[in-house]
Structures are given as C-alpha cells and as structure tokens.
Design a protein around this ligand. Sequence first.
Ligand SMILES: *[C@@H]1O[C@H](CO)[C@@H](O)[C@H](O)[C@H]1NC(C)=O
Length: 197
Amino acid sequence: MAGPPQLSPRPARPNILRYVILVLVALIVLVGLVVLIIWLTVRPKRLRYTVESAAVHNFDMSTTQLNASFNFGVKAYNPNRHVSVYYDHVTVTVGFGDQDLAFGVIKPFYQPHKDVTWLNMDLNAKNFLLHDSVSKDLALEKAAGEMDLDLWIKARIRYKVGVWKLGHRTLRIRCSPVIVYLSKDKEFKRTACFTEV
Ligand SMILES: *[C@@H]1O[C@H](CO)[C@@H](O)[C@H](O)[C@H]1NC(C)=O
C-alpha cells in the first residue's frame, strides 16, 4: 500500500560511491604527483653519440648507379646514473646531398646506466639508382678523395628508471657531416652527433 519498500534504503549508496570515487581520484592524483617528482629528479640526460670511424669500400659508380659498402663505428654513451635504455628497433641511413644511399638495421640492445656501447654499422648500396645531381656531386667528391656523408640513426627506445619501464619514444640521431677520406694518409676526425628524443 505504501509503495515498494525497497526504495527507502537506497539513498545511502550514492554517498558511499561518491567517497570511493573521491578517494580513488585523490590516490591517482597523489601517485601522479609522486611519479612527476621522481621523474623530475631523475630526468634522463641526453644520450651522447659520436662517430669514431667511417669508411667506404668497394666503391663503384656509373652515371646512374652506385655500388658501395659503408662502415661506421659509433660510440653511444648513456651519461645517466639512474636511467638505462632499451633500444628496441634501430635503423640507420647514410645520406649524401638530398638522397639516402643505403640503409641498415642494428640488433636490439640494452644499455645500462653510465655505459659506453660501441656500435658497428654496415650499410650496402647495390645497383642503387642515383639522382642526376647527386651522381655528379658524388663523382666530384670521389675524385677529390673526400666524401661528406650524413648518418641518420632512428631508434625506438624505452627508458628504465629503477624497476619502472616507461613507454616507447623515438630517438633521432643526426651525424653530419661525416667526412670520409678515401686515401689512407688522412685520418678520420671524430664527429659528434645531434640527438633528439
Ligand atoms: C654493381 O654490382 C653489380 C654486381 O653485383 C654489377 O652488375 C653492376 O654493374 C655494378 N654497378 C656498378 C656501377 O659498378
């Protein structure tokens, strides 16, 4: 007669729910703040890259085509005391003028904190079709015994801070110009690279 009795105890519930949600939100904000503070204190320093050696072998070109093997020795330094790095996917490109001449892939690796890793990169151009202007400039530099190459490295990395592994980000490394001498009597000069995460 007085209506369904189950209606009366209900109004209490939304309050509890509201508290639970409030506490959850407060917790999330708190955890976020803690993570932010830790992140700001251990924030990763720039990873440092230098090209320590560079060589071109089996160089052979016609007016339109190129055969060549490029080799680069690159030193990767992680200056961080608390941050290590997973390199999950690394691609390497050697460019000349406005054309990319050869590509390569480096095996995934892990770099602990304060670590130096030497990377050896072999890239091959085979029957590679050259742009007109690139072919002319390359022939001129070859004749002069000195080539200005660009080395581009692109890596999908993850930082590890303590036990935390953070999400993927893209590291771009540009080494330019890497000057390769074709005669043996000139020594290669180390080239510092520009990095951007
Ligand atoms: C490049 O090498 C291939 C064989 O691997 C050869 O057929 C071609 O003529 C070479 N090209 C040049 C420009 O030397």
